[in-house]
Design a protein around this ligand. Sequence first.
Ligand code: ARG
Length: 566
Amino acid sequence: MLQQKLTFAEQVADVLKVPAEDIVEHLEYPPNPDLGDLALPCFRFAKTLRRNPADIAKDVASALAEHPAFARAEATGGYVNVQLNRDALMRDVVRTLQSHPEQWFSRQRGQGRTAAIDYSSPNIAKPFGVGHLRSTVIGQAIVHLLEADGWRVVGINHLGDWGTQFGKIIVAYRKWGDEAVVRANPVRELFSLYVRFHDEAEKHPELDDEAREWFKKLEEGDAEATRLWQWFIDESLKVFRAMYHRLGVQFDHYLGESFYNDMMQVVVDELRSKGLLVESDGAEVVDLSAWNMPPCIIVKSDGATIYATRDLAAANYRHDQFGADTLLYVVGAEQTLHFQQVFKVLELMGRSWAANCQHVAFGMMKYNGERMSTRRGKIVYLEDVLDKAVAEAKRIIEEKNPSLEDKDSVAEAVGIGAVIFNDLKSYRMHDVDFRYEEVLNFDGETGPYVQYTHARACSVLRKAEATPGQAGSVDNLVDVHDAEWRLITVLAQAQEVLERAVDELDPSLIARFLLDVCHAFNRFYHDCPILSAEAARDQRLALTDAVRSALAYGLHLLGLKAPTAM
Ligand code: ARG
């Protein structure tokens, strides 16, 4: 409805002596659709115009009266209620969605902008748990949203592939490891070696010295240490990549923490020459007390650089090498302080773009109501969750539609879609709970429900033997039924929803929008005959096709597949 709002605003800007953009924000959807499709309360303009709101409303209404986009404009009290030209809007919605859904969703506001987005970023030799799933899924959806709005996006996987834990894993592997076992199941085996190391080190503290020794060798480029380290990464990446493939996730770059090893010195030197480094208990830190933050440690007392130092180097790299003007980090809320510190240090280093760095935080993932913890050994592996969701989807499909072709690939799309949608449908800062029965409920507010509604629209087109994208016609419209109109007004909000989702980096707005489209479509499907309609058949088929297109596009934005039959 953004277009209509803009037209409204431009039409009355002169009367109100306010720029059109400011008026758009004040336009409302009347609570009762009988009053109209859009309303403008005029009270807030009374003061500057020195006129009473009712008079202003009258002038606004007459400024709108002539315009073809509006069928009726009425002043009541201090309000202007407007009825849109339904035929014009219906034609516009349906034709654009049928041919170019991406245009219906976006004005390409991001042209010329580049965002580097850091997401997923799991740690080698630690499990890729359901918790890490959140960053992956939210990050990928944000990539799609920004791209849809015209941005150039560089997706980066900042793998945790460096740190003292590698000394431990090397020691553990050399003592208790087995090559074939690691090859067969790298992520789990490396993690269990890591856990075993900790258990044994409690009894034999000398193991910790050995681990330090091996990490030192790794830092010095020792051939055996490097070979093992690289091999652990390669094996783990095979598993991660397979998972990304199933989730439909793609990165432009895998640049792990180790990639920045030879850029550390430059960062340290610059901080030192700018007088930002102070000594503290043998470590070198940036004092942030003036901003009520603990110091940002740059070099530890043993001379090693740490997580934050790498993030400083990585930020510079992303800005300089990728030309990114905006840096996004999709990482759990527990790292909020870390990012506040890093961004502050960048600012102190004089990076003007530090203001465009944003931590896109999210809440916790609970599993059947329980918090997961690596330490307590309560790990839920993502691949198990995906497999189980797919198996459950398959069972439901067997039950509902045993003759469906391609059951396995549909079950994969639905099972995985259920997991993704569950993660995206609530505001990202909220904790999400994961329960199979809920995420796979075909009638709930779920991925399968949206996919099922999409498949239903496809099936209507198949029965009509119509080609998707070209079904029916809105050339000759007959009376638009209330349920049709309701559906149109929902579809008409696509652009403002996408813009808000981009501005707030919040994919849940798209998920809610898709659910609204589904509710409105299912109401329409229930209330209005489509194939058996007479005069309205063509327009309803076209509308069904528009819904199909909007749902397919919206599902794609969230990273879900849209099977045409279920
Ligand atoms: N590997 C880290 C973790 O799992 C997340 C990295 C996030 N990205 C970053 N640039 N710090 O906790």
